[in-house]
Design a binder for this molecule. Structure first.
Ligand code: NAD
Ligand code: MN
Length: 358
């Protein structure tokens, strides 16, 4: 029997709550499927670790997870520690050196969930946003000088490489081709950002030539926000820069009903390094410790992990279980307007796994 080695990094806040729930669900799924098992290693990295050790993860942290088959991540973000320290010290400290350059964010309105868009019942909104996850605006290039003086100055330089843009475009076109509608929107801002984003557009057109069966269009990011709200049915697969897709995907999550549902995969498509799966939400300081965090975003991320590991039947079984549970408002957490708790949703998904396709 195949045993997958999973590195679980719950992190901070509700990250610890939803990852615990996710691991329970994965164990139940493996037991039901029978063909594979998980070996889970838990790493207590994050804000509490930082308070003890002065860093978010050990110096050899990446070495410790380098040979795992996948990483299940919660959230980095602690009320007492600046956000740029927690983000760069943990999440980006894994994503960037592991070259997880393709961040994939599916968005659908699941059964039983109400979109805030009144004209959307479900099928009108079925997107996958591909976020460039290794460079661009979040390359980390820049600096500060004259700190604390009146002449203080700071720069954040967006860094776009031909290789980096080409590989994310190829990934996005290939993903668009794999979906029924074979449609890709390339998000840009080449009117105002006249160097890097003009190159971005040029490379999109070059890569598109290799995918004649994919219908693609180009859209400025500000106009894209409007299209997402007004004409969601015209969108299928989307590719955007690190910053643009970061913002667009939170909007997408909200339009699909709640940030608490939205999953993401940080992929190293060449599989030279482990890929990382996580809900897109953060630590949610306002609800942490209350037992009401919605675990669905983590469960759906686990579905993406199963797909990546090459367990399509397990992925389908888990997604089917998730959709059965969201269809029942008795299992909606407060972010969805319900009164269920994290444990109720987790138990219901585990029960549905046991029953699904029985
Ligand atoms: P957030 O995602 O933590 O919360 C935004 C809002 O959505 C809050 O009202 C929260 O209660 C709600 N929410 C989020 N997830 C939910 C869930 N599963 N169930 C129910 N409600 C949910 O974003 P924020 O408040 O901007 O950030 C809080 C902290 O998390 C910050 O430190 C930030 O840097 C960090 N953060 C980390 C990540 C990450 O590690 N990937 C992502 C986003 C934010
Ligand atoms: Mn974000």
């Amino acid at each position: 029997m195949k045993t997958y080695k999973i590195a679980a990094i719950p992190g901070d806040g509700i990250g610890t709550e939803v990852v615990s729930a996710g691991l329970e669900v994965l164990e139940a799924l493996a037991a039901r499927e029978g063909g594979f098992a998980f070996h889970i290693d838990r790493f207590d990295w994050g804000g509490a670790y930082y308070k003890r050790h002065g860093r978010m993860m050990p110096a050899d942290g990446r070495e410790q997870i380098r040979n795992h088959d996948a990483i299940l991540f919660g959230s980095a973000g602690h009320p007492d520690i600046p956000d740029h320290v927690t983000l760069w010290g943990l999440r980006l400290a894994i994503c960037q050196p592991f070259d997880q350059y393709a961040n994939v964010r599916p968005t659908r309105v699941l059964p039983g969930i109400t979109s805030p868009l009144r004209h959307v019942a479900g099928p009108e909104l079925d997107w996958v946003i591909v976020r460039e996850n290794s460079e661009g605006e979040y390359a980390g290039v820049g600096g500060r000088v004259h700190q604390g003086l009146p002449i203080e100055a700071a720069t954040d330089v967006a860094m776009f490489t031909r290789a980096g843009v080409e590989r994310i475009m190829r990934f996005a076109f290939a993903l668009a081709r794999s979906r029924p509608r074979k449609r890709l929107t390339v998000v840009t801002k080449s009117n105002a950002q006249r160097h890097a984003l003009v190159m971005w557009d040029e490379i999109a057109a070059e890569v598109a030539a290799g995918f004649p069966d994919v219908a693609w269009d180009k859209m400025l990011v500000d106009a894209m926000t409007m299209r997402m709200v007004m004409r969601p049915e015209t969108i299928d697969t989307v590719v955007a820069t690190n910053l643009h897709a970061d913002i667009l995907s939170d909007l997408a999550a909200a339009l699909a009903g709640s940030l608490g549902i939205a999953p993401t995969a940080n992929l190293n498509p060449e599989r030279q390094f482990p890929s990382m799966f996580e809900p897109i939400h953060g630590s949610a300081f306002d609800i942490m410790g209350k037992g009401i965090a919605n675990p669905i975003g983590t469960f759906w991320s686990a579905v993406m992990m199963l797909e990546h590991l090459g367990e399509p039947s397990g992925a389908v079984r888990l997604m089917t279980a998730i959709e059965r549970v969201t269809a029942n408002p008795a299992f909606h957490t407060p972010d969805l307007g319900g009164r269920a708790r994290t444990v109720d949703v987790t138990r219901a998904v585990i029960d549905a796994i046991a029953g699904a396709n029985a």
